[in-house]
Design a protein around this ligand. Sequence first.
Ligand code: NAD
Length: 292
Amino acid sequence: LTPAEAFAVEYWPLELYKLTLRPPERELAGRVAVITGGASGIGRATAYRLAQEGAHVVILDINREGAEAVAADLVSRYGEGRGMAVPCDVTDEAQVAEAFRRTVLAYGGVDIVINNAGIAHSAPVTETSTADWDRLYHVLVRGYFLVAREAFRIWKAQGIGGSMVIVASKNALVAGKNTAAYSSAKAAEVHLARCLAEEGGEIGVRVNVVCPDAVIRGSSIWDTRWREERARTYGIAPEQLEEYYRQRTTLKVNVYPEDVAEAILFFASDRSAKTTGGILTVDGGVPAAYVR
Ligand code: NAD
């Protein structure tokens, strides 16, 4: 016995100890999970994490090639039916309805929906064009609404409940400098989630929110002009941004897509069966201090 096992044997009731020796059951076995924006970043990491727990993963993304690559890889790792790509622009009502129709046709229902597909933008309010403002609200607010409405229609008809995770942002909870459009749209997502949680209670549907702070690498947002815009806001070079984000956290860590996927798994699964309308931050502890 290792020292840890010896400790467990001595201090835990034997039956409890035996339980810990059982191979963990794949807790999402047989469940159908729809992930918007699953071709990249947080959505992609979540697709892999949920599939690892046994879920059948349906990836809705405007990036057809990226979605198909992830779905094909899931099938090759976990078997037939474990990944499906549905090209879909979440701002298009008809495409969202069609994507859910195809999902139900393929799998017979939906258990989990990860409302995640998004874009980012950072600029002082005086330099935010009306087109940028509208684009952000279109994808982040209208897109999340359309996906939620379709999921709720199915869940009402199915009558067996479900779990929705809204991927918002730390910027929804605190003011991110030079992000008036993005942060206010993300705040709208949080309140959308609270309202949906209220409605969902009647039909056994839980709706919870994950709020990541800046996600380093693996996210295509990290590789776009967002990174340069954020660096300019803080008066540093883009190469210094990763270290800047690490230093401003309490734990002195960077957040990666995989870290966010763990929080999403918690809300998607029965681990959080008694939680709805909840918010979980994945930010290395930024709120423990005032930061500018
Ligand atoms: P990402 O760019 O890596 O992935 C976003 C995915 O969404 C892409 O695959 C993209 O093709 C897809 N997408 C964009 N618009 C779409 C549309 N109209 N229809 C369908 N798919 C569309 O970004 P990410 O970092 O993984 O971001 C995922 C979510 O997390 C977003 O809502 C984002 O706001 C949020 N978030 C990101 C960060 C970060 O620092 N990266 C921090 C907090 C919150």
